[in-house]
Design a protein around this ligand. Structure first.
Ligand code: 5GP
Ligand code: ZN
Length: 103
């Protein structure tokens, strides 16, 4: 938990954000400014600033499997995934997350 991190606060339930999916490793919630009719964020419970700081292979696998599990749960068969890494690439929140975009 990083006290200055908005996603850590969301994971901690501080804003009452609804989780579309949750398991031991991650939560999934809707992006507040959706860029597609379905725009979800798959977020590890552990605070990791970006993909560049992620060394845990198991957690990396869990995140991708989380994408599969949540899309299966909501019946979304076709979607795009995106990970912005670093400010220049457009990363705004420095708590690793995978965007899931679909229609
Ligand atoms: P990034 O640009 O870091 O890859 O993406 C961050 C995403 O988080 C943006 O698409 C933004 O709309 C979303 N976001 C930022 N703050 C909040 C928030 O407080 N709640 C939710 N649900 N999404 C947020
Ligand atoms: Zn965090």
């Amino acid at each position: 938990m990083d006290n200055d991190c908005i996603f850590c606060k969301i994971i901690n339930g501080e804003f009452g954000t609804e989780f579309v999916y949750e398991n031991e490793h991650l939560v999934v919630f809707k992006d507040i400014h959706p860029k597609s009719p379905v725009h979800l964020l798959v977020v590890p419970k552990l605070h990791v600033a970006s993909l560049n700081e992620l060394d845990d292979r198991e957690l990396l696998a869990e995140l991708m499997l989380g994408v599969k599990e949540v899309t299966k749960k909501i019946g979304l068969k076709s979607y795009r995934t995106q990970i912005n890494t670093g400010k220049e690439a457009g990363q705004e929140v420095f708590h690793l997350h995978i965007h899931v975009l679909g229609k």
